[in-house]
Structure formats: C-alpha cells, structure tokens
Design a protein around this ligand. Structure first.
Ligand code: G3P
Ligand code: CA
Length: 228
C-alpha cells in the first residue's frame, strides 16, 4: 500500500455524482487506496450512502433522509441519472479492492453499522483493517466504541485538533481526520508521537496537496484522487 493513502472523497466527487455507485467505480478506476463515503439510517432501518441530512440538494425529491423509506429513496434520481445506494450495495462491487472510510453522518448510525461490520468480518472474509469509521459526532463514536471496540475509529474535526486528540484517547481511535487548514508540522508530529494516523480532508488544490504531503500526513481525502 502507498505511504500516503489516496482517498476518494464521496468516491470521485470532482468527476461523478457524489456517493453513487458510479462515483465509487470511477475512484477505483483512478487507483485510489481508499474511498470515503457518508451514511445515514433511513426510515426502514437500512444504512444508505448519502451526504446531506435532506435529499433536496442532490436529488429530484425533498425531505429528510431518516424519514424516508428505502423504497421512497430508491425512487429518487441523484443528479439526474444515478440512484441512492445502500452501504451493502456499495461494498459489494468494491469487494475488498480498497480500504473504506465510512463516515457516520446521520444520527443512530453506530448501532446498525457495528452489526453490519461484524457480519462482514465474521461471515464475508473481511477484516477490521479493511474499514475505518469516522465521525464528527461524539455520541455515535461513543456508541461504536462501546458496541464494537474492534472497529477502527477516526475522529473528524473542522474546529480543533486538540479536541480530536481528546476524543481519540477516550475512544482508543486509530486516527484523527482534521480539515487540512488545521494542520501544522507540530500537531502532525504530536499525533504521530501519540500513535495516531492523520487523514486530512478535503484537499483539492495542488499547492495544498503538496503542503500536507510535506507535513507527513498518512492519507489525503480529495474530490480529485488523480491529483494525489
Ligand atoms: O471525511 C471527510 C469529509 O468527508 C468530512 O466532511 O462534509 O465532506 O462529509 P464532509
Ligand atoms: Ca464525509
């Protein structure tokens, strides 16, 4: 595996409708080491791969993801020609070809996700090292760490690396995922000294990519994986 992981943000968001099967296929075609995606629980309990809390921005529908059933979500078109996929539908074609960063975006995602990952590891030949589960949400991280301590956690932050360190310690996380504007050589070094990997987002401009590489990050999440 590459020294600095190339991580496709919502697949290859810069090229194809985000968080769709086509976007993940494009990212794989571009040779990513990992894909990043977002999950919510819908009204019928399935984990669906979707970024926003409502379907309004990227589909022809309206309403909150957690209040819509899977069949209602499946009726929608994403940016015209794509469909919303469940997490299982996304994982199937990836088939361990790359590492998967699952962001618990919605509320109440930790419990079904812990069960799903356990099933993939126990019954489908996956390993916990195939996944890293990240979140900005304290509650979901806490539930995941209690339900399944084998799941590798990443602490997302766009405000404070110090807070990410605290949560990383509390939840025995493997990584912190700071916004790239928060990174400094000093806090990078401190994270590495604490045994934490650093995956930074969403880095699209060549100058920023060069700078975070120079800092020694472990992975870069980008809408344009080919630039990494
Ligand atoms: O996981 C990094 C990044 O995806 C977090 O922000 O809003 O793109 O989900 P967002
Ligand atoms: Ca995300």
């Amino acid at each position: 595996m590459a020294d600095i992981l190339k991580i496709g943000h919502r697949g290859a968001k810069g090229h194809v409708a985000e968080n769709t099967l086509a976007s993940f296929a494009k990212a794989l075609e571009m040779g990513v080491d990992a894909i990043e995606l977002d999950v919510h629980v819908c009204a019928t309990g399935e984990l669906v791969v979707f970024h926003d809390f409502t379907v309004d921005r990227t589909t022809n529908g309206t309403g909150e993801v957690h209040k819509l059933s899977l069949s209602e979500l499946k009726e929608l078109d994403v940016e015209g020609e794509h469909k919303i996929a469940t997490l299982e539908e996304v994982l199937k074609p990836i088939d361990s070809q790359c590492y998967v960063n699952i962001e618990m975006k919605g509320r109440h995602t930790a419990k079904p996700l812990a069960a799903l990952l356990k099933k993939y590891v126990d019954e489908e030949g996956y390993s916990y090292t195939d996944f890293i589960v990240s979140s900005f949400q304290y509650e979901e991280l806490k539930i995941m760490s209690e339900l399944n301590p084998d799941v590798h956690l990443g602490i997302l932050t766009q405000a404070s690396v110090a807070q990410a360190w605290e949560w990383a310690e509390e939840f025995s996380a493997k990584a912190i995922h700071p916004h790239f504007s928060l990174l400094t050589k000093d806090n990078m070094k401190r994270a590495h000294n604490a045994g934490l990997r650093v995956y930074t987002w969403t880095v699209n401009e060549p100058d920023d990519i060069a700078r975070v590489k120079d800092y020694g990050v472990d992975g870069i999440i980008s809408d344009y994986p080919e630039r990494l």
